[in-house]
Design a protein around this ligand. Structure first.
Ligand code: HSE
Length: 426
């Protein structure tokens, strides 16, 4: 009989409680897959109600996570606290002790993951974090294991379930605050939903994708980021009139000038685009590479069971590696040049309020051209005083110049909204 491996679970919130339940209910299945028993020995949890429930099931509950990490009967630490600290310090301590580690913490992995992987001790089982991106979608495994010979050129993705859920609720007629509260109740949102709403969560995940897909060591500060707070119901209605939806889209693309990384609310064609028909907290990741072509991975990107699926898979992988005297491998990465945000390119969608005069379209087209932006389509918006404009792809600097030229017209012209726009396939 193989020896038991002791697990310390840091955090018994929505995901942690599901992991704890699965370790108990499916102990036999998990033991068979990981080469011997896995025993939940410690849970670090400060919430008295949750702590009482766990203690009643015979688990030792520590109020201090450091005590769980330092316990002599622990082999694998599962960190589900989220946020940079104290999680980062606890992971350092676990690495120093030579423990195996599983974490869903995108903030720590996006900012310190490369350093942490280098600090993994031989035969510890290693450091695994599939749950940090896309929850139930095994995207890191695919990028790491299945595209070893490919060069990934571009990733276009919806990787934040909360904002996807909120945008869907706005389409259904909900108001913003109610949609946010609903995402929190369903366990999709971060403890601080600002991280979801302002695009930080997606930017962190995008950095991890750039690491696994492109070997790039990038930091969330290098992502051109905008959240969804200023998307209002009128934008949703105007997008629908064009047969499109608005999604928070994360993109990373190689070019001669380096990597361009962005997280932006983006107009996506409703028909035929893999990012448009995502329900609730679904995520989708479109990977384009030289040999495989185009791959689309999609599934549940947030929620207790979706995240627990990835966490349990990582626990099994780390346990197997530890029993075999190995570590789970993670790909190398090196710093890369980052394209100046101003020279990265995107097509755009504008809502422009005008004064209703007959030559308004010509005036707008001419002003945009002065900034260097070519109009692909222009037509009336919902009301007689609004124009909707689709531009061709242009640099962000040219778009900024054009928006300034529009605002400077002096007549009652106002850019009400401007968003990135995806074509039918990308
Ligand atoms: N808050 C995250 C999201 C949870 O909404 O996608 C999963 O990482």
């Amino acid at each position: 009989m193989a020896t038991e491996l002791g697990i310390a679970l840091l955090g018994a919130g929505t995901v942690g409680a599901t992991v704890a339940r699965e370790l108990e209910v499916h102990a036999d299945r998990l033991a068979a897959r990981s080469g011997g028993p896995l025993v939940l020995r410690r849970v670090a949890e400060r919430d008295p109600g949750r702590a009482r429930q766990l203690a009643a099931r015979g688990v030792t509950v520590d109020a201090e996570a450091a005590a769980a990490v330092a316990a002599p009967d622990v082999d694998i630490v599962v960190e589900l606290l989220g946020g940079l600290e104290p999680a980062g310090t606890l992971l350092d301590a676990a690495l120093q002790r030579g423990l195996g580690i599983v974490t869903a913490n995108k903030a720590v992995i996006a900012t310190a993951g490369h350093r942490l992987v280098e600090a993994v001790q031989p035969a510890s089982g290693g450091l695994a974090f599939e749950a940090a991106v896309g929850a139930a979608i095994p995207v890191l495994a695919v990028l790491r294991d299945s595209l070893r010979g490919d060069e990934v050129r571009r990733i276009t993705a919806v990787i934040n379930g909360t904002t996807n859920h909120i945008l869907g609720r706005l389409e259904a007629g909900d108001d913003f605050d109610r949609a946010v509260a609903d995402a929190q109740e369903r366990g999709y949102a971060e403890a601080n939903p600002t991280n979801d709403l302002d695009g930080h969560d997606a930017a962190q995940k995008l950095c991890i994708l750039a690491w696994f897909a492109m070997g790039a060591e990038v930091h969330p500060d290098q992502v051109q980021r905008r959240g969804i707070r200023d998307i209002d119901p009128a934008d949703i209605v105007a997008a629908a009139r064009l047969g499109s939806v608005i999604r928070l889209v994360a993109r990373v693309e190689r070019s001669g000038a380096g990597l361009a990384l962005s997280v932006q609310p983006t107009l996506v064609p409703r028909s035929g685009h893999p990012l448009s028909d995502l329900e609730g907290a679904d995520n989708a990741i479109v990977v384009e590479s030289d040999l495989a072509g185009r791959l689309v991975l999609r599934g549940r990107g947030a929620g207790a069971e979706a995240a627990a699926s990835a966490v349990l898979s990582d626990i099994v992988a780390v346990a197997r590696a530890r029993r075999a005297g190995r570590e789970v491998p993670q790909p190398p990465a090196a710093p890369v040049p980052i394209q100046d945000g101003e020279v990265s390119e995107t097509a755009a969608w504008l809502r422009v309020r005008v004064d209703g005069r007959p030559d308004a379209s010509a005036v707008v087209v001419e002003a945009l051209a002065r900034g260097g932006v070519v109009v692909e389509q222009i037509g009336p918006g919902g009301s007689g005083v609004e124009l909707v404009v689709l531009t061709r792809s242009a640099t962000r600097a040219a778009l900024d110049r054009s928006l300034t030229a529009l605002e400077a017209l002096g007549v009652p012209v106002k850019v009400v909204q401007h968003l990135d726009r995806l074509g039918a396939t990308a």
